[in-house]
Design a protein around this ligand. Structure first.
Ligand code: NAD
Length: 257
């Protein structure tokens, strides 16, 4: 509990955000830092990860960059250990990174399939495995897995991505049941379309326009929308929330027209 009404709600907490060099992960890192957490910024793109850290530090926050690959279990183990050593505890993990290539069934290569599974699915297992013991030492914690509306919807040309994200939801629910007795909450966020460098590679302008028209709130998501949801799930405001998939999608998942 904060000691004062002016104290930010993540004061004293320590977090790791994967894929935080750009896009949604970067904004989540900035937001958790603004709410008072010390933040580990892990990404393959070391220079951009340093840039996220510089932005946080220049604004008076605490952060540290990790050049790492979430497909490799050791990267996550090392980052959690370093954060716990530096800041004395570890409380919050945001599994956000993934490498994605859309394409119809016949175009899927072994390399692309393996890479999507390793970065988007296995990485969540490795992250939770690395984080859980440290969270137990801290007296509990919050794990937030970034899923997608794609985990619910049928998207032609994106079947591996849809399957990976449905899998993330399954991992989240099972992990919440397994880790709950140790004081660890596990939730997921299912964002709708948010313009980021990653999306620009896979979805063209016309498709994005069509998504706006099918979204009840008639706009795309903003990185800040997802970061706000992550800060909520990380905080004591969500102390009795676990095993949940929070859609942050302007209503598109439930819309039918
Ligand atoms: N942007 C959207 O519309 C949208 C919608 C739904 C869900 N999501 C999810 O949100 C998350 C972030 O998406 P984004 O659009 O910001 O993506 P992005 O591609 O813009 O950013 C992803 C970041 O992850 C990093 N990364 C990729 N592979 C990595 C690896 N092996 N190890 C470490 N870092 C790695 C990249 O370098 C990059 O900095 C993803 O899980 C994505 O599936 C995004």
């Amino acid at each position: 509990m904060p000691n004062s009404i002016l104290e930010p709600r993540l004061a004293g907490k320590v977090a790791l955000v994967t894929g935080a060099a750009r896009g949604i992960g970067r904004e989540i890192a900035l937001r958790l830092a603004r709410e008072g957490a010390a933040v580990g910024v892990l990404d393959l793109k070391a220079e951009l990860a340093e840039d996220t850290v510089d932005t946080i530090v220049q604004a008076g926050g605490r952060a540290r960059a990790f050049a790492g690959n979430v497909a490799e279990r050791q990267s996550l183990v090392d980052a959690v250990a370093a954060l716990e050593a530096d800041y004395g505890r570890f409380d919050i993990l945001v599994n956000n990174a993934i490498w994605v290539r859309y394409g119809p069934l016949e175009s899927i290569t072994q390399e692309a399939l393996d890479r999507m599974l390793a970065t988007g699915f296995s990485s969540i297992v490795w992250g939770m495995q690395a984080a859980a013991p440290a969270m137990v030492r801290a007296g509990g914690g919050s794990i937030i897995n970034i899923a997608s509306v794609a985990g619910y919807l049928a998207m032609p040309g994106a079947l591996v991505y849809c399957g990976v994200k449905a899998g993330v939801m399954g991992l989240t629910r099972s992990a919440s049941a397994e880790l709950g007795p140790q004081g660890i909450r596990v939730n997921a966020i299912a964002p709708g379309s948010v313009p980021t460098p990653g999306v620009a590679v896979n979805v063209d302008e016309t498709k994005m326009q069509g998504r706006i028209e099918r979204t009840p709130l008639r706009r795309l998501g903003r990185v800040q929308d997802i970061a706000g949801a992550a800060a909520f799930l990380a905080s004591a405001d969500a102390d009795f929330v676990t095993g949940e998939v929070l859609s942050v999608d302007g209503g598109i998942t439930h819309a039918f027209s």
